[in-house]
Design a protein around this ligand. Sequence first.
Ligand code: KIV
Length: 270
Amino acid sequence: MSEQTPVKRVRTRHFAKAKADGLKITGLTAYDAPSATVFDRAGVDLLLVGDSAANVILGYDSTLPITVDELITMTRSVTRATQRAFVVADMPFGSYEESTEHALQTAVRFMKEAGAHGVKLEGGVRMRKQIRRITEAGIPVLGHIGFTPQSEHNLGGHVIQGRGDAEQQLLDDALAVQEAGAFAVVIEMVPTDVAGRVTRALDIPTISVGGGVECDGQMMVWTDAFGYTTGRSPKFVRKYANLAEQLEQAVGNFINDVHDQSYPSADESY
Ligand code: KIV
């Protein structure tokens, strides 16, 4: 949507219009100001301060341990760094499930303390009341269905969702999220044809994270997409760069230059 629709600040109405016009929405995660500045300048529509930060920034092996306070600090740095992108803060595990009031309190913290433009939470039918409470308070909500990493132990690991009989549950989840007032919904790790049918059944845009080309937009964890994480990435990740390798090489050059005293040169000294 970026190039075809020049806008000052992306708003939820722009996502709705993109779907209506058949323009694809772009999304990336962001966790700090320097990366958010680059993504914003490049024209990404939606930046998600994802709880994936638990894995890719803080070094945990799941998203479960990250806290609201940790994500508020990261969200603040991302909102400060952006001028155009719509910034969504991810509500972490344990910060919204208990009650609608708890969910609203967490969402309000992200809006007031971090300057987020909206929040995301995981779950369809089971989270409809939380989504409704938050949207009724005037806060945009991005839903998240299909594979929901905060429930990975309940789902039996990183397993593709919505296959066979499970398609009906996925559709019910999508419709519940829409009916509760979400402006868009992330569909994670679902077969292309299933995500396509859900996309056509909804008025709100679907954002794919491993949901195939028929969704209304695509999102990736930035460290996966640009090769800043090492190790195996999911099948749906396309690596657009190999930053970890480039950085390692550059650090090696720095070490060599210090050892052979070619750094600092006279020009780099006072
Ligand atoms: O935390 C995250 O990065 C996410 C995306 C994968 C949607 O939830």
